[in-house]
Design a protein around this ligand. Structure first.
Ligand SMILES: [Zn+2]
Ligand SMILES: [Zn+2]
Length: 344
């Protein structure tokens, strides 16, 4: 069958391409994509990626169309989340009970999630029910946020500051509350454009204990008014340079977990190692590849513990892909998260 999908590179050079999808071999499954979220990675590709076109989209909620003969975990008509990186289950790390360290993963085989159909290995699929496709497409980013919260090992009733109010940061803050944090604050860029304002508004709606705008507020000063010795945990979803704020507000013995990437030199920061040692600070990166926490993320969505409808503010079809991504980059619309619907 023929499938249309989106590819992109710098700057907002977005192409629709058609490709042929063969009948599935014994271990593959053909799925029809119903919804695929726009990730920061996709935005990076269409904003900064200078080499060849990259397939766009990996936050996928889909329906099983056809299965290979060895496939037993799903059948035609099932609703599934497609994992973009799945542990192999047979390598030394997987067999030692550490699938999170697997480097021998199943992947999407260079197909764009923002497309009509995909052919993927059956290992990549999680069945779900009781959630609409658009909400379910939040599973992958929610699993990343959830992983950051689990990495933070939040003490019951403890204090947490999340740096960065993008979809991942907002969800980290929300899940931190579910995980037993007593105080949750979030910081973000000033709400000077519709995009940033929408994010700060959602932080207020979700009732976090502190919402601060960088530049307009003195982050360290404001946090230390409430916690003179700093907070128990800091989760950094914003770019690496925000770690400087994290160092200033973390309590003795605290954990800082971070997943905000940057490229082109801004990935390098300077840190005072003596300070880390003398204050017993743990720095813990969060990298949710391979997929680990998808089933729990699905459950959070199904139980309504993470209201997907608050995060997903926009949907769009093939024809509006370019203008939507442009709006995300420029901040010209109140978009928290946009989701592509190939059938729209
Ligand atoms: Zn993503
Ligand atoms: Zn493995």
């Amino acid at each position: 069958m023929e499938s249309k999908g989106l590819y992109g590179k710098k700057y907002l050079d977005i192409q629709e391409r058609k490709r042929e999808i063969a009948s599935p071999d014994e271990n593959h499954v053909i799925v029809k994509v119903h919804a695929c979220g726009v990730c920061g990675t996709d935005i990076n590709f269409v904003k900064d990626w200078e080499e060849d076109f990259m397939p766009l989209g990996h936050e996928i909620a889909a329906e099983v169309i056809e299965t290979g003969k060895n496939v037993k975990n799903v059948k035609a008509g099932d609703s599934v989340i497609v994992e973009d990186c799945t542990m192999c289950g047979v390598c030394r790390d997987c067999k030692s009970g550490h699938p999170e360290f697997c480097r021998n993963m199943y992947n999407m085989e260079d197909q764009p999630g923002m497309g009509q159909y995909l052919s993927v290995n059956f290992n990549c699929l999680n069945r779900f029910d009781g959630i609409d496709y658009v909400s379910a497409s939040l599973t992958e980013p929610l699993a990343v946020s959830l992983t950051s919260v689990l990495n933070a090992e939040i003490p019951l009733g403890g204090s947490v500051i999340v740096l960065g109010p993008g979809p991942l940061g907002l969800m980290s803050a929300k899940v931190a509350r579910l995980q037993g944090a007593g105080f949750v604050g979030i910081t973000g860029l000033p709400g000077d454009n519709p995009r940033e304002k929408a994010r700060l508004d959602l932080a207020e709606k979700w009732g976090f204990d502190l919402v601060l705008e960088t530049g307009k507020n003195d982050i360290e000063g404001e946090v230390k008014k409430i916690f003179p010795d700093g907070v128990d945990r800091v989760i950094v979803s914003s770019p690496p340079e925000s770690l400087y704020d994290a160092f200033k507000i973390i309590h003795f013995g605290g954990i800082i977990t971070f997943y905000g990437l940057h490229f082109g030199g801004k990935n390098v920061i300077r840190a005072d190692i003596n300070d880390m040692i003398f204050r017993k600070i743990t720095l813990k990166p969060t990298f949710a590849e391979p997929a680990i926490n998808f089933p729990v993320a699905i459950n959070l969505l199904k139980e309504g513990l993470l209201p997907a409808g608050d995060i997903i503010t926009h949907t769009f079809g093939f024809g509006e892909a370019r203008e939507t991504m442009e709006a995300v980059i420029e901040g010209s619309q109140p978009i928290v998260k946009a989701v592509m619907l190939p059938g729209k």
